[in-house]
Ligand binder design. Structure first.
Ligand code: IPM
Ligand code: MN
Length: 318
């Protein structure tokens, strides 16, 4: 029987409860599809940081890089750590240092009652969020009266996320990719325009369209059904994926995968640690279960992934 090594970082707030609720579901699906999960629970979290001053030690980073098949993460963020430096080191640190440049965030309406919109058209698109550049790198400076954040866009970084979006579209029978930037106001976003044209030319069967991010936000509310694949930078992808979640039921059902093809991925629900909800038994673990489905898919167990999605869908319907 095939077994997979999964590192589990449950994290803060509602992270541990949604992860512990999801794990039996994942194990059941794995058993039914004849593969096994070797779970290794790692302590990195705000609690651990406050006790030890350690965020993600180097030996743990190397272990996650070299020895596991996937990382399953709950949520990070705790009001006792005001700037959330532990989350920066653990979550953003893993995204950057493992070079997980694809933040894959599906937005799918699993039950018609879940959308706040009046339309009853199906909503089913994916956000390809660039995950290793942009303002998230934290470059810039803060002194006196100037708080400067640099928005880093490299040709390599932009091109590879755009290509990933087109390749996925092609492999999944999609016919349109929408790229979103703010090139009308931010000169650095020219690189998105240039690379998008270049990569789109490699995929003549797929319509390549562009939307400025403000207009896209509007259109996503007005007519989400027309979108299939959206590719954008780190910050815009962060914002649009929450907007997308709101269209299909909220953060309780939004899953994500941080990927670099050929490497172990990092899988996390889109939601945060939600401190006011923690410990009350009210956090929705469906996003964590659907995140498990993305992990199974990546590990090569497509049927088990579909089973998890169906289980969530049937639970919602019931
Ligand atoms: C997300 C979260 C993170 C992000 C935070 C916790 C740093 O909002 O995964 O979308 O902004 O990437
Ligand atoms: Mn976010």
């Amino acid at each position: 029987m095939k077994r997979h090594k999964i590192a589990v970082i449950a994290g803060d707030g509602i992270g541990p409860e949604v992860i512990e609720a999801a794990i039996p579901v994942l194990e059941r699906a794995a058993a039914q599809h004849r593969f096994g999960l070797d779970l290794e629970r790692l302590p990195y979290s705000a609690d651990h940081y406050l006790k030890t001053k350690e965020t993600l030690p180097d030996h743990a980073f190397r272990h996650l890089r070299d020895d596991v098949d996937a990382i399953l993460l709950g949520a990070l963020g705790d009001p006792r750590v005001p700037a959330n430096e532990h989350a920066r080191d653990i979550l953003l640190g893993l995204r950057f240092r493992l070079d997980l440049y694809i933040n894959f965030r599906p937005v799918q309406l699993l039950h018609p009652d879940l959308t706040p919109l009046r339309s009853d058209r199906p909503i089913d698109f994916v956000v390809f969020r660039e995950n290793t550049e942009g303002v998230y790198l934290g470059r810039g400076h803060i002194d006196q009266d100037e708080y400067v954040a640099e928005d880093v866009n490299t040709t390599k970084g932009v091109e590879r996320i755009i290509r990933a979006a087109f390749q996925w579209a092609q492999a999944h029978g999609k016919t349109r990719v929408t790229m979103s930037d703010k090139a009308n106001a931010v000169p650095a976003h020219q690189v998105w325009q240039e690379r998008f044209k270049r990569v789109a030319a490699e995929f003549p069967g797929i319509e390549a369209e562009h939307r400025y991010v403000d207009a896209l936000a509007l259109e996503l509310v007005r007519d989400p059904a027309r979108f299939q694949v959206i590719v954008t930078n780190n910050l815009f992808g962060d914002i649009l994926s929450d907007l997308g979640a709101a269209l299909v039921g909220g953060l309780g059902v939004a899953a994500s995968a941080n990927l670099h093809p050929g490497r172990a991925g990092l899988f996390e629900p889109v939601h945060g640690s939600a401190p006011p909800l923690a410990g009350k038994g009210v956090a929705n673990p469906m996003a964590a279960v659907l995140t498990g489905a993305l992990m199974f898919e990546q590990l090569g167990h497509r049927e088990a992934a579909r089973d998890l999605e169906r289980a969530v869908q049937q639970t919602l319907a019931a």
